[in-house]
Write a protein that binds this ligand. Structure first.
Ligand SMILES: [Ca+2]
Ligand SMILES: [Ca+2]
Length: 124
């Protein structure tokens, strides 16, 4: 079945406020973050983290299914929303190196600048 394969997340600029960001993602309603506690990636300007997971919320044979990805920054009282990107596979050109192309999503809310790299993958 078709899935998003998340490759890496790069912090080009942290969000408003001093110091590093505590980043997690919400992918189709499910929180995705660092594999061990603490439950986020601590990221500063120029940092990059390798990701190695697939979105698993995508039913087989349903390219209309929507991917919705939100990048969040954890704070003590209220987490900051750094932006949401939403698309379906049908928004892309199947004949333009569909499976191999490394794609980038940008998240620029709260004065931040993050790049999330992924590709589409056919997983069993
Ligand atoms: Ca924070
Ligand atoms: Ca914050």
């Amino acid at each position: 079945m078709l899935a998003m394969q998340f490759l890496s997340l790069k912090c080009n600029r942290t969000s408003q406020g001093a110091g590093a960001d505590e980043i997690y993602m919400v992918v189709n309603g499910h929180r995705a973050s660092a594999p061990e506690a603490p439950d986020f990636w601590s990221m500063d300007d120029g940092d990059s983290v390798g990701l190695n997971f697939f979105n698993s919320g995508f039913p087989p044979g349903v390219p209309e299914t929507r991917f919705t990805i939100t990048l969040m920054e954890e704070d003590t009282f209220e987490d900051d929303d750094l932006g949401t990107v939403s698309f379906t596979v049908n928004d892309f050109d199947w004949f333009d190196d569909f499976w191999n192309k490394i794609r980038e999503l940008k998240f620029t809310g709260n004065d931040a600048d993050y790049s999330l790299f992924y590709k589409f993958s056919d997983v069993l």
